[in-house]
Design a protein around this ligand. Structure first.
Ligand code: C5P
Length: 217
């Protein structure tokens, strides 16, 4: 039995991809499976936290003890964060689409011309939360990179004003896979964890979040 060290604490977790519709039958997506975020939500709940999991479109069961809010687009996900506040911590694992298009009201047809789509940048949910007056005391972002993993993670920590960036190299089989190798990047330095299962990464992170919140209490 695990001690419920996070009892009385509320944590928001975002997970999965977002889908950005092009027309009523098509969308832009990415390869995120939601597994790492769902595992983190479950591990936090197992430590006694009240967890609000804001999930993009994935086919995963809701972890035990977790309150789940399903969303489709980045704008939906952004809108779901505010009513979930206040929270003691937020772990933003979702692979939010960077861009959306203004969706066509009817199915786009082949006409002989190549359709052109104008990409509109989505709001940065993590950066918005970090700058919010209701900012949780611990804000954790993720960084999925295919090169220069630590450099990009450090830049993200500064740009998004979060407390930690959990960086992973997704150039291999991480997206959709079972295992992950992460680096925890903070203002104090970098902890690199060995490659292991996503559930074990989740338990390690939940433990570290509990330590940080208890230290801050
Ligand atoms: O900039 P990038 O997308 O690589 O940053 C990744 C981190 O920012 C993740 O924690 C992700 O959940 C978060 N993010 C967000 N809203 C966006 C883009 C990224 O919350 N629009």
């Amino acid at each position: 039995p695990v001690e419920p060290v996070l009892a009385g604490r509320h944590v928001i977790v975002t997970a999965g991809p977002t889908h950005e519709p092009i027309d009523p039958v098509r969308y832009i997506a990415n390869r995120s499976s939601g597994r790492q975020g769902f595992a983190i939500a479950g591990a936090l709940a197992a430590l006694g936290a009240r967890v609000t999991l804001i999930a993009g479109p994935v086919s995963l069961p809701t972890p035990a003890g977790v309150d789940r809010v399903d969303v489709e687009t980045a704008l939906d996900m952004a809108a779901a964060v505010e009513p979930a506040l206040p929270a003691d911590a937020a772990v933003m694992v979702a692979a939010v689409a960077d861009w959306r298009v203004a969706p066509a009201p009817q199915k786009v047809k082949k006409t002989g011309d190549t359709p052109a789509f104008v990409l509109i940048e989505n709001p940065d949910i993590l950066a918005t939360l970090s700058h919010s007056p209701q900012r949780p005391s611990l804000v954790v972002g993720f960084a999925a990179e295919t090169e220069q993993v630590l450099n990009h993670a450090r830049a993200k920590l500064t740009r998004k004003q979060c407390d930690w960036i959990v960086a992973n190299d997704v150039s291999g089989d991480v997206m959709g896979g079972e295992a992950n190798a992460v680096h925890i990047v903070t203002a104090d330095g970098v902890d690199s964890w060995p490659r292991t299962g996503k559930d074990e990464v989740a338990r390690g992170l939940a433990r570290r979040i509990a330590d940080a919140l208890m230290g801050a209490a």
